[in-house]
Every structure is written in structure tokens, then in C-alpha cells.
Design a protein around this ligand. Structure first.
Ligand code: GLY
Length: 336
């Protein structure tokens, strides 16, 4: 076991550490909240990583894939935990990708009005984004992440040994979120070993979350590249994982920023270079309709004042309200 970095998410009495390195899941017993009697380990059958919380525990399997993130799974797990006698004195341990950590974190937020949880993310995407920062939740048929809570974990163990068995497609998806960090303070991540990049990305996210836990302002930068990504995901039927869609979304956001005169051609090229260096797509999948995408941008729950997009500019990446439609259309054309 090698604990490369313990990164503090500084939130007063809710502060916690994110440990990064091969084998750090072995730290689980030492990060279980003091006084916890039993642990409910929530995972998925295919995750294939067992953990030892060091106290009496029971394992609960969620539905496979994104189907885990549903209110029916929340009810099923809460009922199973109630039948097994879990109380507020106990702890949840989430072991899996972002679907598991989002679901298990939400169960922890609502079970007995809130119990402690520890996340052990086992995918690159969850290690650099989903499992850190306390956003938990599930999907509705009407949209993703529409029901959730801010509920911070007691600790996060990003065990990089779990990445060795991850399918390449999953790694690609995680690399899309890593590419995002390049533009929000992570230029120094280029050229680092993967584990160091993960630790660097976590450090950026930890600082942003400590500054703006509930996304009143700065936390929105973590949604860089996500306007187009969410629209592609909402349209459905495209064989792109979340992080792959974010990668195209980064190039799109750069083209919109250039259309608005916020950045120059060289900076757009920098976006293409970084996305390509992570071996990720630079163009829209064929068949997407501009009108449908733009409708979808407007329905995005983060659109508060007309169309708000997170865009690069002279002062760095920031939310920009009232992005005009011609710029959106021009940038879509540039991505075909
Ligand atoms: N994934 C964006 C955030 O945690 O705010």
C-alpha cells in the first residue's frame, strides 16, 4: 500500500481527507467514524473489489450500471438496511464507480435522516470527480441527478490499484474529466504519472468545494464542458460515455468562447491539443440535431439566467449568462 497523498477537503467540522494511491482501500478500517457499530457496504456485482471495514458488516448490491441511480433502488436499499437493523450509529461504505457513490451517498443522506459514509471509488471518473465533494443523488425519468442532497463523506479512498482492471472505455471516460482540470488550474498535470494526475485533480476539486460547497458560485467551474455533454446524454442513443461527451463539450465551450471574443484561436487549439492528448473525441457524433441540442441546453437545470454556460475567458473559466444563440450555432458547426 502506498498512500501518495492525503488531500484535505476543508469544510470546518465536516472536513475529510481523500487518500490517493495503490492499495489505499486498506485504510478503510482506520477511517470508519469512531463509534460506528456496523457497516453497510453498498456496491455492484461487477465491481469485484471487496473491502474490510474492520467492523461487523453486510454487503448490499445495487442494480448494475446507471440503473443503480433510481429512487426505487434508494427505497430497496433503505428497506434492506432497516430489515437488517442498521441505525444512525452505523456507517455506509460505497465501493464502485460514480453511480454507486452517488446512490450510496444519497442513501446515507436520507437513511435515519443522515448517517456517515465513506467512499471507495473504483473508476477513474469517480476518483477524480463523482466521489469527491458531497454531491449525491439519483436520476428521474425526466432527467439525471434531479433528486439529491449535499452530503459529505467522512473519507474518500481513491485506490489506484482498482484502475488496473478497468475496461479501456471506462478509463477514456475518466480521462475526459481529467482533461477538464487542465483548464481550471491544472496545466501542471500534463506529463505527470496517472496517480499524480489523480491526486492533482483531487486537490483542485477539494479547493473549489471548500470555497463553494453548495455551488453558489465558483463550484460551477467543475461543470466546464458539461453543457454540451449533458445535452448529448439527454438526447440519448449515442455511444459516448460521460467523460467522452465532456471532452467534446470542452472543445465546444472553447468554440463558443471564441465566437464571443472571450478567447483567441490559439486557446481553442490548446483545448483541441489537450483533449487529443487524452485520446478523446474532438467532434460531435453524427446525427445530432442543432435545434434539439439547443433546446436541451435551455432545459439544463443549471441554466438560471437565459442560457448560462461555463466559458473560458480573460479571467479564466467562469459561468457566463445570456449566451446568444448565434454563438451556440456557430460553435456547433465548428465541431462537425
Ligand atoms: N461534478 C461537479 C461537482 O461536483 O460540482
Amino acid at each position: 500500500m502506498s498512500d501518495l497523498a492525503a488531500i484535505r477537503v476543508d469544510l470546518g467540522d465536516r472536513s475529510y481527507d481523500v487518500h490517493v494511491g495503490p492499495g489505499v482501500r486498506e485504510l478503510l478500517g482506520s477511517v470508519i467514524p469512531p463509534g460506528a457499530r456496523r457497516a453497510a457496504v453498498i456496491t455492484q456485482a461487477r465491481v469485484g473489489w471487496s473491502v474490510d471495514p474492520g467492523i461487523d458488516h453486510a454487503v448490499f448490491e445495487a442494480a448494475e450500471g446507471e440503473a443503480a441511480k433510481s429512487l426505487s433502488e434508494v427505497e430497496r436499499l433503505c428497506r434492506a438496511m432497516a430489515s437488517a437493523g442498521f441505525t444512525r450509529a452505523d456507517v455506509i461504505v460505497a465501493v464502485g464507480g460514480g453511480a454507486v457513490t452517488d446512490l450510496a451517498g444519497f442513501v446515507a443522506a436520507v437513511y435515519h435522516r443522515g448517517i456517515g459514509y465513506v467512499s471507495v471509488p473504483t473508476t477513474l471518473l469517480a476518483q477524480v470527480d463523482a466521489a469527491i465533494g458531497g454531491k449525491t443523488g439519483v436520476n428521474l425519468p425526466e432527467g439525471k441527478n434531479l433528486v439529491g442532497a449535499f452530503w459529505q463523506p467522512r473519507a474518500v479512498l481513491c485506490d489506484t490499484a482498482t484502475l488496473a482492471t478497468l475496461p479501456e472505455r471506462e478509463m477514456r471516460s475518466g480521462r475526459g474529466e481529467l482533461a477538464k482540470y487542465h483548464f481550471i488550474g491544472g496545466e501542471h498535470l500534463d506529463g505527470l504519472r496517472l496517480e499524480e494526475r489523480i491526486a492533482g485533480a483531487v486537490a483542485i476539486k477539494a479547493a473549489v468545494v471548500a470555497d463553494d460547497e453548495r455551488e453558489g458560485g465558483r463550484r460551477a467551474v467543475l461543470n466546464y464542458g458539461h453543457t454540451l455533454a449533458h445535452a448529448i446524454e439527454t438526447e440519448g442513443g449515442y455511444d459516448l460515455r460521460h467523460g467522452e461527451a465532456v471532452a467534446v463539450g470542452l472543445v465546444y465551450a472553447a468554440e463558443v468562447a471564441r465566437a464571443l471574443g472571450r478567447i483567441d484561436e490559439a486557446r481553442v487549439d490548446e483545448h483541441r491539443r489537450v483533449v487529443a492528448s487524452y485520446d478523446l473525441p474532438l467532434t460531435l457524433p453524427p446525427g445530432l440535431d442543432d435545434d434539439a441540442l439547443i433546446d436541451s441546453f435551455r432545459r439544463d437545470k443549471k441554466a438560471v439566467a437565459g442560457l448560462t454556460m461555463v466559458l473560458d475567458g480573460p479571467d479564466g473559466v467562469e459561468p457566463v449568462a445570456g449566451v446568444p444563440e448565434p454563438a451556440l450555432r456557430h460553435a456547433l458547426a465548428a465541431l462537425r
